[in-house]
Design a protein around this ligand. Structure first.
Ligand code: NAP
Ligand code: MN
Length: 264
């Protein structure tokens, strides 16, 4: 089995990366950053986002596992104390895998026929490059509303505890293959009207955003910031691909939510 370790880059994470690499090579696993079967991310949820985008081209062949060197993460749920236990688990293959849904984003442009496709593990956000975002929201082919406000956020179930939560979106269990659309400060008055509530779309329900006037947008895909000009439309749906996490012990999602946000 081939493995890679992605560190956040701070001294603590680097030390644990070294330790994991030493243990696993001792168990005759091969360090291979190009084609790993398993990627161990050491740092935080942000580190796992980096690892995901580094290996997004080979999701079917790569499983992820996260160790947190700061606070408990949603993707990084192993503590540094558990590293020895984790490597022993890893060394005795095969491991169990759980799969979580991803968001597919297709951005189409006006000038040519080109399009860009992205996968997001947490979410995609859209904001105007200046002024308010004014954009038509089309759901399953029907115009739903014209949104005016700061921006829109489309998140995955595992991303629902990230930016989405700050926008008062619901927390979605990752066994639900769905995406969630939340608003950022919509303008609502006698002229402008949006639904206001977060919308949860199941598999195969496509949401398209179409510019009304301005065609330049600030778009984020997880931690990545992109500026896209001359945008014709943005299309969202549950992706065919899924992320695979190596599972060695149960750590139920709702317990992770409680430990992260409620405490004891
Ligand atoms: P960051 O600014 O360090 O991330 C913000 C916080 O979100 C960090 O505490 C991060 O955890 C946490 N986080 C990331 N994914 C999460 C998840 N799925 N569930 C719960 N918490 C999560 O930037 P980053 O580490 O590169 O992460 C990028 C993410 O930040 C974006 O995908 C977006 O979701 C989030 N974000 C949130 C807000 C907001 O809440 N208002 C605004 C902008 C962006 P770690 O410390 O473990 O990395
Ligand atoms: Mn972070």
């Amino acid at each position: 089995m081939k493995f890679a370790v992605q560190s956040k880059g701070d001294p603590t994470s680097n030390k644990i990366k070294e330790q994991i690499t030493r243990y696993l090579t001792g168990f005759d696993l091969i360090y291979d950053e190009e084609e790993p079967d398993i990627v161990i991310s050491v740092g935080g949820d942000g580190t796992l986002l980096h690892a995901f985008h580094r290996y997004v081209h080979r999701l079917a062949d790569t499983a992820f596992v996260g160790v947190h060197t700061g606070h408990l993460g949603f993707y990084a749920d192993w503590t540094p104390d558990e590293v020895e236990k984790l490597v022993i688990h890893l060394a005795k293959t095969p491991f169990q895998v759980v799969e979580y849904p991803l968001l597919e984003v297709v951005i189409r442009f006006n000038n040519n026929q080109s399009e860009k496709r992205y996968l997001a593990l947490n979410e995609c956000t859209v904001k105007a490059t200046e002024g308010s975002l004014v954009i038509d929201v089309i759901i399953k082919g029907d115009k739903f509303e014209t949104f005016r406000g700061d921006g829109l956020c489309i998140s995955t179930p595992t991303g629902s505890t990230a930016y989405n939560k700050a926008l008062f979106g619901a927390i979605l269990h990752p066994s639900l293959s769905a995406i969630q659309l939340t608003e950022m400060a919509s303008i609502n008055n006698r002229v402008y009207r949006t639904i206001g509530s977060p919308l949860v779309l199941p598999e195969h329900h496509t949401c398209i955003l179409k510019p009304v006037n301005d065609v330049n947008f600030n778009i984020t895909i997880d931690h990545l910031f992109l500026v896209h000009k001359d945008v014709h439309s943005l299309q969202y749906r549950v992706a065919e691909e899924r992320i695979r996490f190596a599972r060695f012990r149960p750590f139920p999602f709702w317990r992770r939510v409680k430990e992260s946000f409620v405490g004891d």
